[in-house]
Design a protein around this ligand. Sequence first.
Ligand SMILES: NC(=O)c1ccc[n+]([C@@H]2O[C@H](COP(=O)([O-])OP(=O)(O)OC[C@H]3O[C@@H](n4cnc5c(N)ncnc54)[C@H](O)[C@@H]3O)[C@@H](O)[C@H]2O)c1
Ligand SMILES: O=P(O)(O)OC[C@H](O)CO
Length: 330
Amino acid sequence: MTGRGMKIGVIGAGAWGTALAQVAAQGEREVMLWAREPEVVTAVNRGHENPLFLAGVPLSPTIRATGSLGDLAGLDALLVVVPAQHVRAILAETPVDGTPLVLCAKGIEAKTRLLISEVVREVAPAAPIAVISGPTFAHEVAAGLPAAVTLACEAAALRTRLAERLAGPAFRPYASSDVIGAEIGGAVKNVLAIACGVVEGAGLGQNARAALIARGFAEMTRFGLARGARAETLAGLSGLGDLVLTCSSVSSRNFSLGVGLGRGKAAADLLADRKTVAEGAFTAPVLREAAADVGVDMPVAEAVCALLGGAAVRGVIDDLLARPLRDEAH
Ligand SMILES: NC(=O)c1ccc[n+]([C@@H]2O[C@H](COP(=O)([O-])OP(=O)(O)OC[C@H]3O[C@@H](n4cnc5c(N)ncnc54)[C@H](O)[C@@H]3O)[C@@H](O)[C@H]2O)c1
Ligand SMILES: O=P(O)(O)OC[C@H](O)CO
C-alpha cells in the first residue's frame, strides 16, 4: 500500500490535534479524531468546528470525532497529540499493538525525565515511532497557510509512507531519521520561548531577544548533542526553525506566559485555570534536571525555572548578565 491510502487517527483534539486532523483530511479522506471533551466530539460531528480549542476554523466534514479510544483500533497510523504529561496515561488506554505512532507533543515527561519516544517505548513497545515537529502555529496550519515540519522516523519505508500521506499543497514534511533530535528541539524551544517572552514583557529590547535566541540555541545544541541528537536536526525546522517562530510571537502560549512573567505577574496566577497548554512550564524544571544528568550548563533554562518558581524578574536578569565572560563556542 502507498502512503496515500493510510487510514489515520488523531489522539487529542486540542488546537494542534484538530489542525493535524484537518491536514490528514485533505482530499476528503476520512480521519478519526479522539477528543477528551464530549462537547468537542459533538461540535466536530454536528457543526464541523472545535470552538473550545480552534475557534473560527471550518473543519472538513470527513473528520469524525469520538470520545472512545476503542474506535481507533485497526487504523494504519495514530497521531499522538495530547500534551506531553498525558501521553503515557492515554496510550495505556488505547488499542495500539503494532500501529505506528506519530508523536506530536513537545515536552519531556516530568516524573521520569524521559523524552516522549522513550515513554512510548515503555507503554507501547511494539509500535513503530515517528515524530512530527516544527514551526507550526495550529491556527495557521488549519487555515491552509504554508508550513513545513520535520518528520522523523528511523524506518525509511514508514517515513516515506507517512510523508506521502500527510503532505499537502501547503504542508511540507521534510524527512529525517533523527527522532531524538526532532523531539529535543520541540521540547527545549518552549522553555526558551518563555525566556524571550520575559524579555518582551520586561521591555529589555530587540537586541536582548536576539541574543537570547542565539544563546538559547547554543543551550539547545549542547543538550541535544549530549543526548545523541544530530546538529543538523537542531539547526533545522524542529529546532532553530521552531525556536525563531515561538520566540517572536504572542501567538505562542509559551512566549505569552513569559510576557506575563516579565510584567511581574506570578506564574501560579498565569497558569491557573487555563484550558490550553504552555508546555514550557512543565518542561523547564525537568529539563534542568535532565541537563544536569548529562553535565550540560543551561543558564537560560535555569533562569526560566527561577522565574516560574517566583523569583523576581530583575534579580534573575541581573544574575544572567553577571555570569563570567566566556568563549562563544561554549
Ligand atoms: N497549538 C499549537 O500550535 C501546537 C503546534 C505544535 C505542537 N503543539 C503541541 O501539541 C501538544 C498539544 O497541544 P495543543 O495546542 O493541541 O493543546 P491545547 O492547548 O489546544 O489543548 C489542551 C489539550 O490538552 C488536553 N488535555 C487536558 N487535560 C488532559 C488530560 N488529563 N489527559 C489528556 N489530555 C488532556 C485537552 O483535551 C486538549 O486536547 C502540545 O505538546 C503542544 O506543545 C501545539
Ligand atoms: O503556542 P506554543 O508556544 O505552544 O507554540 C506552538 C507551536 O509549538 C509552535 O511551533
